[in-house]
Design a protein around this ligand. Structure first.
Ligand SMILES: Cc1cc2nc3c(=O)[nH]c(=O)nc-3n(C[C@H](O)[C@H](O)[C@H](O)COP(=O)(O)O)c2cc1C
Length: 534
């Protein structure tokens, strides 16, 4: 028995246990959601307005189906890929994310260390909570660091960042061009996520529910936009004033003249804009809609890869982000013509779930998935994957449409008919059951009303009174009810029986009380009696 079944060893460390039970990015997302206060999780997971673009980004990758090549001898498949002057072990880059230390105290340093361990580039955001020089100092000179730039209204400040990044040995500058105004993040507004926070009751409850998160956060250095240290404090809300709606191509020309390293545009860059960037001497584009966090309903970057590649030719670098959640997405991006995929939420979920170790876990999972996808596809190298890419993919929609057009077989039609019949019968049974339940509940409710003796309605029975206010009443309960009779005080309404039944009902506990008297009472007593009902 022992040789057949082995008990899995469970690590004692809670974080190792948590990460060890995550087998894909969706698992890491769930683990992060459990660990992190809701407003923080929503800041990462949420997007702009109706969050259509963020879902569409993921769907765009998932809309492709593979047409693998078999018997290709893929035991030694090589996943390495050239990006600029480096050869990456897998075509992955860690993208820029603002306010990363809010997600976990390891923050940007954790992300960059994990990237360096995997020999991948890490991109530091302008809005980072770790400064340009501090990050370089933490990861050492060998780590490949890129810097993401928001060209703000204060050009002196922006150029200062560019010069500092160059001096600190950052090798690529990624200029984000989809943030001319701030995105409308509805979840953040609802949660009151701002600096200083405007706490709602729900936010306070979620804070109270995660004390360990708050302890870690509050015992570390205070959260701030580290690249602007020494300047007047900025808030998330004031961030909107940062961005420059006048940003245009001449700014990009100036940056080209200033920045000595690789220069990329990051945004929903279409084929015409990508060509223009190439003509201005840029080194590449990072196709992105900011993970749906800026203009909602922007085209999914995955759908831009092929047209952009066609417009710029083979030697211009094309990266893609927004919606990468699986190694198969990376393989699709490359098959469509990208040089590498850039990660955003995919590694942030790992960071939130377990700091640096969580980012490691995310990168290991994606690397493994990418490798096995390549092997399943029958590809032995990334160059081969890119060369045969178009033959390896087909749109799922196209297959579905063809299937729908074809006439279904007789057996299939019969199957549909039976299914429809079954569904309709089930629906009818459901409705009947619902009506029955509602009637039963209503009857029980009415009965209990009478049981308390506080209802109004028709009484039954008869009685007669004499003198002033004393008499006999007789009430008969309806369906299964009890006889109620005895001397009662007259109701003064001329309905002694009615009052008798009510009087009894009032003095009888609900459970043992008779059901609502039926029959009519009027006319049974013609003489009005006066008196008080107990
Ligand atoms: C929490 C968060 C913060 C981000 N901050 C920045 C930023 O400061 N600068 C930037 O250019 N992009 C930023 N992005 C966008 C990412 O670089 C990337 O484009 C996006 O996350 C890709 O979408 P995905 O996460 O759905 O894959 C941020 C994304 C997230 C989720």
């Amino acid at each position: 028995m022992r040789s057949l079944v082995r008990l899995r060893t469970v690590p004692l460390d809670a974080q190792a246990r948590r990460l060890g039970s995550c087998y894909d990015i969706a698992d890491l997302r769930r683990a992060a959601k459990r660990r992190i206060p809701r407003p923080v999780f929503d800041y990462v997971d949420g997007a702009a307005d109706e969050e259509i673009a963020v879902a569409a980004n993921v769907a765009a990758f998932r809309s492709w189906r593979f047409l693998p090549r078999v018997l290709a001898g893929v035991a030694s498949a090589d996943t390495s890929a050239p990006v600029f002057s480096s050869t990456l072990p897998v075509p992955l880059v860690l993208g820029p994310t603002g306010y990363t230390r809010m997600m976990h105290p390891d923050g940007e340093i954790g992300g960059a260390r994990s990237a360096a361990r995997h020999s991948l580039p890490y991109t530091l955001s302008t809005m980072a909570t770790t400064g340009i020089e501090e990050l370089r100092g933490s990861v050492g000179p060998a780590a490949e660091l890129w810097f993401q730039l928001y060209l703000t209204r204060d050009r002196v400040q922006s150029y200062d960042l560019v010069d500092r990044a160059a001096a600190a040995g950052y090798t690529a500058l990624v200029v984000t061009v989809d943030t001319v105004v701030a995105g409308n993040r509805v979840r953040d507004l609802r949660n009151g996520l701002s600096i200083p926070p405007e706490l709602t009751l729900a936010t306070i409850a979620s804070v109270a529910a995660k004390p360990s998160y708050w302890y870690q956060l509050l015992s570390g250095p205070s959260l701030d936009y580290a690249n602007f240290a020494g300047r007047p404090r900025t808030t998330i809300r004031k961030t909107a004033d940062f961005f420059d709606a006048d940003l245009n191509w001449s700014d990009i020309e100036s940056l080209r003249a200033r920045w000595p390293g690789k220069l990329l545009l990051k945004g929903p860059v279409g084929p015409a804009d990508a060509r223009r960037a190439m003509e201005l001497g840029l080194d590449g584009v990072q196709l992105s809609n900011h993970g749906g966090r800026q203009l909602d309903r922007t085209v999914a970057p995955a759908d831009l890869i092929a047209p952009v590649r066609e417009a710029v030719g083979p030697s211009f670098t094309v990266l893609v982000d927004s919606g990468v959640r699986h190694g198969a997405d990376v393989a699709i991006a490359l098959a469509l013509g990208a040089d590498a995929a850039v990660l955003g939420r995919a590694y942030l979920y790992g960071l939130m779930a377990g700091g640096t170790a969580g980012v490691d876990r995310a990168l290991d999972l994606l690397t493994g998935q990418f490798r096995s996808t390549m092997q399943f596809l029958g590809m032995t190298s990334v160059a081969e994957l890119r060369k045969h890419g178009p033959d390896l993919l087909t749109r799922a929609g196209a297959l579905l449409r063809e299937g729908r057009r074809a006439k279904p077989s007789r057996m299939r039609r019969r199957h549909f008919l039976w299914r429809r019949l079954f569904v309709r019968t089930a629906r009818i049974i459901y409705v009947i059951r619902k009506v029955f339940v509602i009637t039963a509940v209503a009857a029980a409710w009415r009965r209990s009303r009478w049981g308390w003796g506080c209802g109004r309605g028709w009484g039954c029975g008869w009685g007669w009174g004499w003198g002033c206010g004393r008499g006999w009443g007789y009430g008969r309960g309806g369906r299964g009810g009890r006889r109620l009779s005895g001397p009662v005080a007259g109701s003064g309404s001329g309905a002694g029986g009615f009052s008798a039944s009510i009087a009894r009902a009032r003095s009888t506990p609900a459970s043992s009380c008779g059901s609502r008297p039926t029959a009519q009472s009027s006319g049974v007593i013609s003489t009005s009696v006066s008196g008080s009902t107990p």
